[in-house]
Design a protein around this ligand. Structure first.
Ligand SMILES: Nc1ncnc2c1ncn2[C@@H]1O[C@H](COP(=O)(O)OP(=O)(O)OP(=O)(O)O)[C@@H](O)[C@H]1O
Length: 547
């Protein structure tokens, strides 16, 4: 197959439809009875034909190459079909997490300036009431009943003639989508994806994890689900609120895994925590699962260990490391982590996120908040020393959407003209070439005595019995911050015993000895995408005057 034919990710779906037309592409479980789940299913042929019709419909409506389309449809047949149809038509879907909060959502939508808004009824209503992107939206397509019968409905897209569809010429450098970050360290930023980056992502995922056609995936994070059809896997869509993965019902997940013979599972660390506790408490095993992937935030050693209790010895949980701007960067398997590496986390080394994938190049540069235009000015830290993690590779994005300042702060160019992404993460490389993540750059705590790294302090504290999770935050101006450790206890924990044990852990090291204030807070604020990234800035404000 000529390389240009593989540039548009939607072609991967067409290829699967040719290679395995009658294989099930999508399963939508509906109702659970004593006999198991009833469901609706679509084969690769059906899904591909549907996307062809929708792409023709989009084109007939003037939605085509380069048209930015805000897309708010939760995982469903329409989600998959429309997404691939948008790619086929050359339009640029704009994806923003609906749960980021109304104000940031409005700002992000205004910034993205979409010309079209495709959404379910609820999203269209919110758009109308709240005036989302009022200045730019020309057309709307509603999945479900249309508010006030305005705009197009999904079915309108199905009436165009497929034969009339003219596939647009797409090059690898053309914009394919704008995906917003989760906004855990500020307002979410739109990341510009080009077609070649998606194509590379699919290849990297397949090669790194050996994902293959015939596998069955249970994705609990919508954008990740889009890899499945491209990889020839069958997708089972779980019944859950995708903005609250920590609250996904583990019994539902296990029953889907069993009934559909799920081989691959993707979930945020918060979802894996919920699932692994349930599996352990009920002594359940999930033997068919070959691999579980968890990413988006550090995956605690306890979650890895509990998952091992439920997986077969030849199966594993992996913790790929990356960001919306560059994904995946590195990965490590749980079986490599248990023992020495997890002990490293418990003793304050940070959290091991594994070896960079072969296609990527990683460099650790001295910590700085200033823009660096050329890598030659960036410097490099020796192995073993903490700096900022930077990456170059085929999935590394080169710009934020209309955010020049943030682009300058996050990108560098090398002497070959390649773009490097500064992850905004601090970490170091060990003698085996593995990366260790030590926390976000913007969340480091700088006191007159030195710099404290969140993950290096929290790892040992999290290992204390009765601690569910902890957060190191700095109160005051950077350089003169007071370090405070905030504990979210397990529900049944004895707080005074926990506090005494935490203080003992902190006293072990000369720098952490500085952390004198230990606070307790139930239910940490976390990001909406993964429910796992702790919003340390919010906690720092609270710690400044805890109420
Ligand atoms: N396996 C992992 N272990 C530890 N941290 C991880 C892992 N995977 C991802 N992360 C964290 O998630 C970050 C990427 O998150 P994402 O792209 O969702 O948005 P964000 O960077 O949190 O958003 P914003 O930049 O708007 O604050 C990484 O930079 C890293 O800090």
């Amino acid at each position: 197959m000529a390389p240009e034919q593989q540039i548009n990710i939607a072609q991967a779906l067409t290829r699967q439809a040719e290679a395995q037309p009658e294989t099930t592409a999508l399963i939508l479980p509906r109702k659970r009875t004593s006999q198991g789940w009833s469901d609706r299913r679509w084969s690769y042929r059906e899904l591909n034909e549907l996307t062809d019709r929708l792409a023709a419909g989009l084109q007939a409506q003037g939605i085509g190459k380069g048209t930015r389309v805000a897309f708010m449809v939760p995982p469903s047949l329409e989600f998959f079909a429309l997404f691939f149809a948008l790619f086929k038509s050359g339009a640029v879907p704009v994806l923003i997490d609906p749960g980021i909060g109304l104000k940031p959502l409005k700002t992000c939508l205004a910034e993205a300036e979409p010309e079209v808004f495709i959404g379910v009824t609820r999203a269209q209503l919110a758009r109308m009431v709240l005036g989302w992107a009022r200045g730019s939206i020309r057309r709307t397509v509603t999945v479900g009943p249309r508010p006030f019968w305005r705009g197009l409905k999904y079915a309108d897209l199905l009436s165009a003639r497929v034969e009339a569809f003219q596939p647009p010429e797409v090059s690898g450098d053309d914009e394919a989508a704008i995906l917003f970050t989760s906004g855990s360290t500020g307002i979410p930023k739109g990341v510009v994806y080009r077609h070649r980056m998606f194509a590379a992502q699919v290849e990297l995922m397949r090669d790194a994890f050996g994902m293959s056609p015939g596998e069955v995936d249970l994705p609990t994070f919508p954008p990740f689900a889009l890899f499945d059809p491209a990889l020839g896997m069958t997708t089972v869509i779980p019944i859950m609120d995708f903005t609250k993965p920590a609250k996904a019902d583990p019994d539902m997940l296990v029953s889907l895994i069993e009934q559909y013979g799920v081989t691959n599972l993707f979930g945020s660390p918060a979802l894996m925590n919920t699932l692994s506790r349930y599996l352990e408490a009920n002594r359940l095993r999930i033997p068919g699962v070959k691999r579980a992937l968890s990413a988006g935030a550090p995956v605690p050693p306890s979650v890895i260990e509990r998952m091992h209790g439920a997986l077969d010895p030849w199966s594993d949980i992996h913790t790929p490391y990356g960001a919306t701007e560059a994904l995946p960067v590195a990965t490590v398997s749980g079986r490599e982590l248990v023992g020495e590496l997890s002990d490293g986390n418990r003793s304050g080394k940070g959290i091991c996120v594994g070896r960079p994938l072969a296609a990527n190049e990683v460099r650790i540069i001295p910590v700085s908040d200033d823009p660096i235009d050329l890598t030659e000015y960036a410097g490099e830290m020796p192995d073993g020393e903490i700096g900022e993690i930077c990456v170059a590779g085929p999935t590394v994005t080169d710009t934020y959407w209309r955010r020049e300042k943030q682009t300058r702060e996050a990108k560098m160019t090398d002497d070959q003209g390649r773009i490097w992404h500064r992850m905004g993460d601090l970490g170091w490389r060990d003698a085996e070439g593995r990366l260790w993540f030590c926390g976000r750059k913007s969340e480091r705590v700088v006191t007159p005595e030195g710099t404290l790294f969140t993950e290096c302090v929290e790892g040992p504290v999290n290992a204390v019995d009765g601690v569910f999770r902890s957060a190191l935050v700095g109160v005051g101006e950077r350089g003169n911050q007071e370090p405070v450790i905030v504990i979210e206890p397990e529900p049944d924990a004895d707080r005074s015993a926990v506090e005494a044990a935490v203080r003992e852990v902190l006293a072990r090291d000369w720098l952490t000895r500085e952390v004198r204030r230990v606070l307790f807070k139930d239910a940490f604020p976390v990001d909406i995408r993964h429910n796992a990234k702790i919003r340390r800035r919010e906690l720092a404000q609270w710690a400044a005057s805890p109420g």
